[in-house]
Design a protein around this ligand. Structure first.
Ligand code: SF4
Length: 480
């Protein structure tokens, strides 16, 4: 009897932001749709894709270390394919293939539709054909863009590069393969039309591309039918979304009203697109959580101008007032970069003042990291802040923001909050979840209840996480 050939097995390992995690789900969906079995470890895979981030140098170094580690596996199984996808693949392109000669494929974020064809092409190229060592050769166009083939020396077979940016690619019509659970991330936009001078994203992900509102809504409906109750709409500047007359506030309202969807969040918004219309929808729709991430980046106008953030401290504070007057209990979080080239000590102190004025519930803090290809690299060398000074500023910012977070969280002790149970806790018999305001709460509970809602009293806090006690199961009927 003829045995059916075993399906090829693929493993996708993702680094970086939520958008990248969502792209990892997309790649898994595309491969599963083409007959690949998705496995949970590189040791079990024929194709290993490392889905990368380029936002910081550290992230790239980590990926290079990881692919070199995977080469150890490949030495035992030379047929194995190692691919590097995502922002770092787009940024470094063929240089990456030279730096890591055991990598077989580099593919940028707009190429994933053509992933199966590229892998097939690689297999065909491995079994014949070829050209002179080192000479790139265009090998046709797959759905993901032009495939270039580069021959390696010593008969080690070809490497493939798929690096076109495509203004039309928003992955319409493709299914993601998501892990089971109560929450799902739903990308509604790719790329970015801003040009913040420190940021690599527009150069590796291209301009803003929005998905059809019809498709987004039907995806959320399907997720709700599968038991998802919390969705987070995802985009690089998510609230600048517009599609055939549907604006972001309109889409948010429609998503919030889908049966079964009990919580809606969105990230990352641009402060300029936090409009009265958006705030009205956030305040009116029960399902939209009382939480907003408002990436300030700095608290000094000269620095904001050099970053090309297109707002001032004053206009940012107006946005904060707008949101807080409509949703008094809103939890605000932010991103801050210290030591941007040219930042003086006084300007850094303005950022600390902003933190003390707004009192964000949480702050994600970074030291400026130079990215080749971004406009900030062209600033005069003398502007670059000394590494020790940058480190000291970061430490001071962290201290200020943690103190504020801790004070806010201590003032919330005694509240009863609805928690969506998401994980087991660190200790046995504990579960961990998030409130609508995105605060993490740990309490005694049965892990079998992951995905359920419970009301928990916030008894104590570490300053960051709450330790609570369940006071009753929250009503399980969906809001909206
Ligand atoms: S808004 Fe600025 S920081 Fe955000 S992705 Fe676009 S360019 Fe980067």
């Amino acid at each position: 009897m003829n045995q059916k050939p075993r399906p090829k097995r693929a493993y996708v390992e993702t680094y970086g932001c939520q958008m990248n995690i969502s792209d990892g789900e997309l790649m898994q969906g595309i491969l599963a749709d083409h007959g690949y079995e998705i496995v949970g470890a590189p040791e079990d895979a024929d194709v290993v894709l490392v889905n990368t981030c380029a936002i910081r140098e550290h992230a790239e170094r980590r990926v290079l270390g990881r692919v070199s580690q995977l080469n150890g596996l490949k030495r035992e199984r030379p047929d194995m394919v190692i691919g590097v996808t995502g922002c770092m693949a787009q940024r470094l392109g063929k240089t990456l293939l030279e730096q890591a000669p055991y990598v077989d494929l580099v593919m940028g974020p707009d190429g994933y539709r053509g992933l199966p064809e590229a892998l097939e092409r690689l297999e065909r190229e491995r079994s014949g054909g070829g050209s002179e060592h080192g000479t790139p050769r265009a090998a046709g166009v797959a759905p993901g863009g032009t495939i270039s083939v580069i021959e390696r020396s010593r008969g080690r077979g070809p490497q493939l590069a798929v690096l076109d940016l495509n203004m039309d690619e928003n992955y319409q019509g493709l299914e993601r393969r998501r892990a089971d659970g109560p929450s799902a991330w739903v990308p509604i936009q790719r790329g970015c039309d801003h040009r913040c001078t420190y940021c690599i994203v527009p150069y590796v992900r291209g301009g803003e591309k929005n998905r059809s509102a019809v498709e987004v809504l039907s995806e959320v409906r399907r997720l709700a039918e599968q038991g998802v109750t919390e969705v987070t709409l995802l985009g690089q500047t998510v609230n600048s979304y517009v599609w055939e007359g549907v604006s972001f506030p309109g889409l948010l309202r429609d998503v919030a009203r889908i049966d079964g969807i009990r919580r809606v969040r969105f990230t990352s918004p641009h402060p300029n697109d936090v409009t009265p219309d958006l705030v009205e929808v956030m305040a009116e729709e029960d399902a939209v959580c009382e939480q907003l991430h408002l990436p300030a980046q700095a608290g000094n106008n000269r620095t904001l101008k050099r970053m090309l953030r297109r707002y001032t401290v004053e206009s940012l504070l107006e946005k904060v007032d707008l949101v807080r007057s409509a949703i008094p209990d809103v939890a605000l979080s932010t991103d801050i970069i210290v030591a941007f080239p040219g930042e003086t000590d006084d300007e850094f102190r303005d950022t600390l003042d902003l933190m003390r004025t707004v009192r964000f519930d949480e702050a994600f803090t970074y030291k400026y990291s130079l990215r080749e290809g971004t406009p900030a690299t062209r600033l005069p060398e003398s502007d670059f802040v000394d590494a020790d000074v940058a480190q000291a500023r970061l430490a001071e910012l962290i201290e200020v923001s943690r103190d504020i977070q801790s004070e806010i969280n201590h003032s919330e002790i005694g509240r009863v909050e609805e928690v969506l149970i998401e994980h087991t806790g660190r200790d046995e018999g504990q579960v961990r979840g998030r409130t609508r305001r995105s605060k993490v709460v740990v309490f005694d509970g049965d892990p079998a209840r992951i995905g359920e809602y419970a009301d928990a009293r916030l008894d104590r806090t570490t300053g960051v996480t709450f330790i609570g006690t369940e006071v009753g199961a929250a009503e399980s009927v969906a809001a909206g």
